[in-house]
Design a protein around this ligand. Structure first.
Ligand code: MG
Length: 353
């Protein structure tokens, strides 16, 4: 029996994870947490809000599924990595913000870090067991979101509800807006850098509108492996929860004979500059990725609240990055300070505007 602590139980990932756990006789939910919604009775130990590491201490799970949204997921990520408890990571923000600290914690703890992000789950499966020296490059695919093909002028009056209508993936509001701005792919680029120890120049992002190919790895001999599947988060969730077993899911097999066209193209970073800002923040290193994430979180919340236009999200993130000090975090306190500084900067900008 694998005892699972589910953090973020009421979100999109959390609800799909519950379905997977319920259907699998060898998976047991030992604890569950939500951000604020009451979840009494969902698991033997439950918690709404508060310090999630207290819940984890009491639950003693074999695996933590971290599906908290944003920087708030960081303490749980570090808790699991430090103790060698397997971590299924759907909270990409914690790895983006705290990459070096998280990997150092994993080296000390010795547990597994299994990505739940579909692209990274796919990449892990293409890369697994193959020496880094054989890898030419990793390709992450992006659907392009609901505004693919539009130019800047056409995005001036975009509403939150238009941004929330994702063409292929059904997800929560924060990540859906991030998909519309391509900030999500920027976060995923940084996430991939840390997960797979690849330099940024070896990670490419391409637009692939139908989201059937999730990731590709090019090898030095000219061969390329790709990971394909219908866009359904239950597949990477199941893979992470049952790794390395790869258990049965209700997802239908890929139908190729029925006709399938796979299209790829370059991302439009003129219209969606957050992808370029993320790459630059990643390359500069230090706490720049943390500042990028923090500024983006505040900007997305402001957009959803009607306080910031769609194109303003990228503008305020750029300003926060320009103002950030960016020096490397020695510890969690440094990181929290960098996160708070970027948040404060965006809030100030919003007040003036
Ligand atoms: Mg993804």
């Amino acid at each position: 029996m694998k005892r699972i602590a589910l953090l973020g139980a009421t979100g999109s990932i959390g609800r799909q994870a519950l379905e997977i756990i319920e259907a699998h006789p060898a998976l047991e939910l030992c604890a569950a947490a939500s951000g604020s919604q009451p979840i009494d009775g969902l698991a033997p130990i439950t918690q709404a809000g508060g310090d999630l590491t207290e819940l984890l201490e009491r639950a003693e799970p074999d695996l933590v599924l971290n599906a908290v949204i944003g920087f708030a997921g960081l303490p749980a990520t570090l808790w699991a990595l430090e103790r060698g408890v397997d971590l299924a990571l759907a909270n990409k923000e914690s790895l983006v913000a705290a990459g070096e600290l998280a990997l150092a914690a994993q080296r000390r703890g010795g547990g597994r870090l299994i990505p739940v992000d579909s692209e990274h789950s796919g990449a892990l499966q293409c890369l697994e067991g193959r020496p880094a020296a054989q890898v030419h490059s990793l390709v992450l695919t992006a659907s392009g979101g609901p505004f693919r093909g539009r130019v800047r002028e056409e995005l001036e009056d975009v509403t939150p509800s238009a941004a929330l209508a994702h063409p292929t993936w059904n997800m929560g509001p924060k990540i859906t807006v991030d998909s519309a701005t391509l900030a999500n792919k920027g976060l995923e680029l940084i996430e991939a850098h840390f997960l797979f120890s690849l330099p940024y120049e070896q990670i490419e992002v391409v637009v692939h509108p139908t989201s059937v190919v999730h990731a590709l790895v090019r090898f030095r001999d000219g061969a390329t492996l790709a990971h394909l599947g219908y866009p359904d988060m239950r597949v990477p969730i199941s893979y992470a929860l049952t790794y390395p077993e790869r258990s049965v899911t209700p997802i239908r097999p890929l139908d190729l004979a029925g006709g399938m066209t796979l299209e790829f193209g370059p991302p439009d970073v003129e219209t969606f500059p957050l992808l370029a800002y993320a790459r630059s923040a990643g390359e500069r290193g230090g706490t720049y990725p943390c500042a990028f994430n923090a500024a983006n979180e505040v900007a997305v919340a402001a957009f959803l609240a009607g306080r910031l236009p769609f194109l303003g999200i990228a503008d305020v993130v750029a300003e926060a990055l320009a103002a950030a000090d960016g020096s490397a975090a020695r510890d969690l306190d440094d990181l929290v300070a960098a996160d708070e500084e970027a948040r404060r900067h965006v809030e100030e900008t919003l007040k003036v505007a």
